[in-house]
Design a protein around this ligand. Structure first.
Ligand code: GLC
Length: 752
């Protein structure tokens, strides 16, 4: 199809009609020209196709579809190939129901554990979040189904999401909140991007030209189209100019009329409208029409796949030798979730799943006697009778397994705190008091406070593991499978320790913690959280050899290879997630995190087996966003590169590399520059040297570290602006002459 010719045949009204939905889930067709409608729907961990009434909150029924593990658990797998397998299966289910675009993945950063939608998001770390999103996108689109990467951007809370303002400095945006989208767009190449409801620094995402055109298209090369979140449109004509092509759901032609009128009255150039229509038709003909394919949908097979995936998303957070349990022995299974587990969250991602496992049923298949006790109801309430029954069951059984969790977490609402329901805590305390060897399985979409952690024998965090979560839990608790997931987010002891607190859930919310999100904060402030980012246990043990690095000094942009041998030193096969971190040793221009994740790899090892894991580092691994230069820059200096099993500061295997920067341009010298800045500036040292010769007072002040008048003159001198230094130059040079020399130095260094 020649899109340019097709656009040339369209009337103004037809063009405008394409810019808004033709219903809750589809674009408008243009029958006169044979332009079909495009059907899109949620996502992201299952197909939510509504054949009856439509809604964006999971209220009305949808077709039966596999509910796979949610993003919080998927990210804990640190496994690009695993999420790719899930996305591939999602593509089959979308194709089977003629869905051309799946609305996901969501890759917003987990700024606070209180966000109601954290179950749908990957991580607090931008590299992990971006890499998981990119892998999902590539695989879904290889299956012939487009994606809609969401919610672009800085949509990190549910409170006030439709009218609130995320107030974030550009460096924090670039390094943290935009970074996962940058990775996902440049590596995954999504067909569409969904802009978020909120404002960013006062401008709604849907009409934010800096975001949708300068960053997303001009810098990252995105060439698809932008669709609003459902109901996120603000001023239609402004949004079209900014680079937001499609408003969803239907606006009943209201805003399409505004577009046509704006062209007629000259407020909007038709070229902008043509640009939008071309972008949408490109996706339609370049991609959607050529990717429809016949598929064989087997929901039973997908249920098995969901179980296999879920087992690699659940984190063994504590194990004092209690797990795995011997399934041949008698087992008390305690908690309402033992019969009907919480496996997904609420809102637009809520799936109508055809299958659902239960822990009691799956465990009973293993042959041992099972004693079930409700202990705590699904709503988190309990009473003495339930508690006493649970304690009795625990006393008379050889194994004790509690299956509990936080109540439904959902889109549209944030949690006010991280506490588990009172009934859950009461039950665990009561059972642990008679059976400190009890094992707890916890379902949750995000971290919770664990007051009982020291009283129990083991903790398996299942997150919201999809319809086969219970089966996966049984596979892990019985030892049929070995846990290998690690936390993709920090678990604070108390939610007030989280760096976003108290600047959270406000309508105009300031991201005052800057880049110090998640482990970046706990590292910097020496705070020990409950569980660290990247932490997780296995039934076996692993040993890291001494890592090697291909160079100890590089020029920015040179390739750098890091490798490390990992050995399975235990008795069972397992998988180890190796993490690679980089940290700048001395940061004089901006405060930088102690270390930041730059890559990760999961390696499967038989007992006694050793494999070598290799990482390639590019120059971006050392860079930060320089708000002055408006660019990514690398400071010259030494960096610590480390490999480790988690972000724990005490288990980093460190190497050092010196980087000689080519990107960092010195700031232009002024009278308010300091002596160290002048000394570091090309030609500056010579200038200072000459001035010292002609100004005895000045050279006296520069005694290296000697105290004079009880002051550390050197330290004091480092903070003195050049303008003040001239005072000590004894008239050897006038301020006007000095300014002229600085201008010459700036010109020679090529800085304004
Ligand atoms: C919802 C969600 C978005 C979803 C869309 C359609 O409000 O924010 O993630 O894809 O509307 O249901």
């Amino acid at each position: 199809m020649n899109v340019k010719e097709l656009v040339g045949k369209m009337t103004l009204e037809e063009k405008a009609s394409l810019c808004a939905g033709g219903g809750w889930w589809q674009t408008k067709p243009i029958d006169r020209l044979g332009i079909p409608s495009v059907y899109m729907t949620d996502g992201p961990h299952g197909l939510r196709k509504q054949e009856g009434a439509g809604d964006h909150l999971g209220l009305n029924a949808s077709v039966p579809a596999t509910c796979f593990p949610t993003a919080a658990g998927l990210a804990s797998s640190f496994d690009r190939s695993l999420i790719a397998r899930q996305a591939s299966a999602l593509a089959v289910e979308a194709q089977a129901h003629d869905v051309s675009i799946l609305l996901g993945p969501g890759t917003n950063i987990k700024r606070s554990p209180l966000c109601g939608r954290n179950f749908e998001y990957f991580s607090e770390d931008p590299v992990l979040a971006g890499e998981m999103a990119a892998s999902y996108i590539k695989s879904l689109q290889e299956g012939g189904v487009g994606c809609s990467l969401k919610h672009f951007a800085a949509n990190n809370q549910e409170s006030h999401r439709m009218g609130g303002d995320s107030i974030v400095d550009e460096r924090t945006l670039r390094e943290i909140y935009l970074r996962p989208f940058e990775i996902a767009v440049t590596k995954g190449k999504p067909q569409t991007v969904m802009c978020s409801y909120n404002r960013i620094n006062g401008v709604f995402s849907c009409e934010n030209e800096w975001l949708l055109t300068k960053v997303l298209r001009d810098e990252w090369g995105f060439d698809g189209y932008v669709v609003t979140d459902w109901g996120a449109m603000d001023i239609r004509v402004d949004a079209l100019k900014a680079g937001c092509e499609l408003e969803m759901p239907s606006s009943d032609m209201t805003t399409c009329g505004q577009i046509a009128d704006a062209v007629k009255n000259g407020e909007l150039s038709e070229a902008i409208l043509d640009r939008a229509v071309t972008r949408m038709l490109n996706i339609l003909y370049r991609w959607i029409e050529t990717n429809k394919r016949e598929v064989k949908l087997d929901l039973a097979e997908h249920h098995k796949l969901a179980r296999e995936i879920a087992a690699q998303t659940m984190v063994l957070a504590k194990n004092s030798g209690v797990l795995p349990l011997d399934a041949k022995k008698s087992t008390a299974i305690i908690g309402a979730y033992g019969k009907k587990i919480m496996f997904q969250g609420g809102g637009s991602s809520h799936i109508n799943n055809p299958y659902e496992d239960s822990v009691v049923d799956e465990w009973s298949k293993l042959g041992g006697e099972v004693v079930y006790a409700e202990g705590v109801r699904a709503d988190g309430t309990t009473d003495d009778a339930l508690i006493n029954e649970a304690v009795e069951a625990a006393k008379k059984s050889q194994n004790v397994l509690l299956v509990v969790g936080s109540p439904m977490e959902t889109e549209g609402a944030d949690r006010k705190e991280m506490t588990l329901p009172e009934g859950v805590v009461k039950l665990v305390d009561a059972v642990a008091s008679v059976r400190p060897d009890c094992a707890v399985v916890l379902t949750c979409g995000a971290p919770v406070e664990l007051p009982f952690i020291d009283q129990i024998g083991a903790l398996l965090v299942a997150y919201l593991g999809g319809q086969a979560a219970a089966g996966a839990i049984v596979d892990l608790v019985s030892g049929a499978k070995n846990p290998c997931a690690k936390f993709a987010e920090t678990w604070p002891v108390d939610f007030r320790h989280n760096p976003s607190h108290p600047n959270y859930a406000l309508k105009d919310v300031e991201y005052r913690e800057g880049v110090f999100v998640g482990y970046r904060h706990y590292d910097m402030h020496g705070i020990n959280p409950r569980f660290r980012f990247g932490y997780g246990l296995s039934y076996t043990t692993f040993e890291y050899g001494e890592p090697t690095i291909s160079a100890s000094e590089i020029t920015e942009g040179d390739p750098l290879t890091v490798s490390v041998d990992v050995k399975n030193t235990g008795g069972v096969a397992g998988a180890e997630i190796v993490q690679l971190y980089v940290g700048q040793d001395v940061c004089t221009n901006v405060p930088r995190p102690v270390k930041e994740l730059k890559d990760f790899a999961k390696v499967w090892l038989e007992p006694g087996e050793t494999k070598t894991v290799k990482f390639e580092l590019d120059s971006r691994a050392f860079a930060y966003w320089d708000d002055f230069a408006k660019a990514w820059v690398v400071d010259s200096g030494s960096f610590t590169v480390s490999v480790a099993p988690s972000s724990c500061p005490y288990c980093q295997k460190k190497m050092s590399v010196t980087v000689n920067s080519t990107s960092k341009k010195p700031r232009p010298l002024t009278l308010y520059s300091t002596i160290p800045e002048l000394m570091a500036f090309p030609g500056g040292a010579e200038l200072i040297g000459k001035m010292m010769q002609n100004a005895p007072t000045l050279s006296a002040l520069n005694n290296d570290g000697e105290d004079m008048l009880g002051m550390d003159m050197k330290a004091m001198m480092e903070g003195i602006p050049l303008k003040t230094m001239l005072m000590f130059a004894g008239g050897a040079i006038s301020e006007e002459q000095f300014v002229g020399i600085l201008a010459q130095l700036n010109a020679a260094a090529g800085v304004a």
